[in-house]
Design a protein around this ligand. Structure first.
Ligand SMILES: [Mn+2]
Length: 369
């Protein structure tokens, strides 16, 4: 067993608690990668395994049972739940029939369920199908101690690399070399992978928030934006640091310091009870009070956990009241097309009277000569 039953039962209970309807059960049903519901890992606690075509049934008494292939039977057993391991497609049908047939109301996580899996569920039962995707986001938004432990480690790895990579950056290296080096260094520190595709953008490319990494060589005068995170035991960190190659110009310093101040203004108002949209506004207002008005073009942050965008966010369009043990990124930016951009991003845990900073890499303006 990977960890004690209590944590797992609490997670299952939290999902049921967040659903308004009385359910007879919940089924989380994976298809092939990338259509895997990470909630499967949330309720089983499993770390290793792909679990394509696998499913987990959850019951209102906070127990569960897993359907998987023979290939991953041993991995699945580590969850400490009953496991049915199958070889053939018709065995999956009979498992679904056996478990779903006499149910009146079944919850599914619609945002992660493929239409194919949905059809298989419908074939097995006449039960009413209830979409519980909002409840899943709500339940997963508050992290327990085991999740925080993994997130802290993922953040430590990323922070370490964000400081350490400065020694590697120099004019002439290509963006993709920088991305590869970051990935390698995180894995050397125990990361099981990249949390998401690494962004290593330089010069004008840094004005595109979701640029990845291209063939451009770093040049004197460039902003270099590095946005990356570590995957650790299925949990993800997300950090961004921006550096200047050579001496920063006056304009570069003004952009950088405005973003840094915007982040500070937002962090200052984070605590349990604060509105996520207000936290966003603090940063946005600060930027909009400068010559860079209108250049902050995205939400301030997103929740992270099993997924890099875990479903919630600090944004004007989401009605979120912060609670202790929610984990968010705080990442204001200024983007000037054809010139460049700056983003500074940290991960925090909300506490009763403030926040705990998870990514503690230095963020004073660093000029690389
Ligand atoms: Mn982010």
């Amino acid at each position: 067993m990977i960890w004690n039953d209590d944590i797992m039962k609490e997670r299952i209970e939290r999902i049921f608690d967040c659903v308004e309807e009385e359910l007879d059960g919940i089924i989380l049903y994976n298809s092939t990668k990338p259509h895997i519901d990470l909630t499967f890992y949330y309720v089983t606690g499993l770390i290793e395994g792909e679990f394509e075509g696998s499913a987990v049934m959850l019951y209102p008494d906070n127990t569960g049972e897993i359907l998987t292939s023979r290939l991953e039977e041993e991995s699945a057993k580590k969850a400490g739940m009953p496991v049915t391991a199958i070889m053939k497609k018709d065995e999956r049908e009979s498992w679904l029939n056996k478990n779903l047939d006499d149910m009146g109301r079944i919850g599914v996580n619609s945002t992660e369920l493929t239409y194919y899996a949905y059809k298989n569920i419908k074939k097995a039962t006449d039960a009413e199908i209830i979409d519980i995707s909002d409840a899943v986001i709500e339940a997963r938004n508050i992290k327990d101690e085991e999740e925080l432990k993994r997130l802290r480690k993922a953040c430590d790895i990323a922070s370490h690399v964000a400081e350490d990579i400065v020694g590697f950056i120099e004019p002439g290296i290509k963006e993709y070399e920088l991305a590869a080096e970051i990935s390698y260094r995180m894995k050397k520190l125990g990361a099981t992978g990249d949390a998401f595709e690494i962004i290593a953008s330089s010069g004008p490319n840094s004005a595109e928030p979701h640029y990845t990494a291209g063939e451009k060589e770093l040049e004197k005068g460039d902003f270099v934006v590095l946005d990356f995170g570590a995957l650790y035991k299925r949990y993800r960190s997300d950090i961004t640091r921006t550096y200047v190659i050579g001496k920063a110009t006056g304009k570069q310093k003004r952009i950088y310091n405005t973003v840094l101040n915007a982040q500070k203004a937002a962090l200052d108002v984070i605590k349990s009870g604060a509105k996520g949209s207000d936290v966003h506004s603090k940063a946005a207002q600060l930027i909009d009070s400068t010559e860079f008005r209108g250049k902050f073009t995205h939400g301030l942050g997103h929740s992270i956990g099993l997924s890099v965008h875990d479903g919630s966010g600090l944004s004007p369009s989401l009605d979120i009241t912060l609670e202790a043990n929610m984990v968010y990124t705080v990442e204001p930016g200024i983007y000037i097309p054809e010139y460049g951009g700056v983003r500074i991003e940290d991960d925090i845990v909300v506490t009763e009277d403030g926040y705990e900073l998870l990514t503690d890499a230095d963020k004073e303006l660093t000029e690389i000569n």
